[in-house]
Design a protein around this ligand. Sequence first.
Ligand code: PLP
Length: 369
Amino acid sequence: MSERIFLSPPHMSGKEQTYIQEAFDSNYIAPLGPLVNRFEQSIKEFTGVPYALATINATSALHLALRVLEIQKDDIVLCSSFTFIGSVSSVLYQNATPYFIDAQEKSWNLSPELLQRAIMNAPRPPKALILTHLYGQCANIEKIALICKTNNIFLIEDAAESLGATFKNQQSGTFGDLGVYSFNGNKILSTSGGGMLVSHNEAYIQRAGFLSTQAKEDFPYYEHTEIGYNYRMSNVLAAIGVAQMEVLQKRVDKCREIFSWYEEELSNIEEIGFMPELPHSIGNRWLTTLTFEKTDPTTIRLALEEENIESRPLWKPMHLQPLFKDALHIENGVSQKLFETGLCLPSGTQLERADIKHICTLIKKVIHG
Ligand SMILES: *Cc1c(COP(=O)(O)O)cnc(C)c1O
């Protein structure tokens, strides 16, 4: 059997070992350290945001964001429903109340219209919105940021999947009060595990830094007045991040090229739809995602699996999760339909034109019988 084609495996640049060696040579085998600072610096330079904090993953960075904004028990936090659980689990960590909002067809991301309605219908004024930029495509961030501002709602951007994506030339993750990126093994860049919290507000990042290192008060001994976490990134993993950031634009360009190869092969098939891109938005096309109007995507997924090719259904919306069966939500059927008809295709940046052709030939075989 041929070598397995994964959905989105890590893709090292080759420089990682050099920086890891630096960590070892300096014996900074610890959280914090010069490479953590350098990794944060490279994110600041790339995104144009002045403050950044590297964390163990994006889920913890989102938790810090809620803590920084003082989201507490029973506060309503609006959330994209069409997303990954890591986007919203911090709302439960805080015993706050999630309120899930469905997607719009033209971006697959949170619907600004439903957001307006959710704010009007909410039993209490919502405190914050966690907005996902899905599969590396920007949500309608301009409109959504304005709605948040008008209604005094903090905006947290979950840009875990969208590092390198832009809206009107501004990086995703930089529009809100706080933004979050992920460097998990499956993301466009990987440090095996890792996250980054960014903000234009220095006090927010300082506060997050305090909370992420066990909330130690400024005393010679360990003095604590509130609960913190152990959420800081290791200097060794930051070494990987420094090397990965050097190839970020290259990875974005390759993901977009892979998307265009799929499009060339499949866009003449009437029942296939590709994830759309809003005007003024350039996504990173982290994963190429499609929908099938007639064919059951499970048939396609299993046919690919037989050839040792990994594909995956789209995210199951949060408002359809057993965990959130009683949660507040506003739905329009869009994300449910996407979940039922969609599929993520292999999008790893090591893939070649011939791999995509091979995958598409298999898909066409299923569709045309
Ligand atoms: C991956 C992901 C997360 C969680 O990232 P981790 O770094 O694995 O904690 C959160 N939100 C979205 C949308 C994601 O895709």
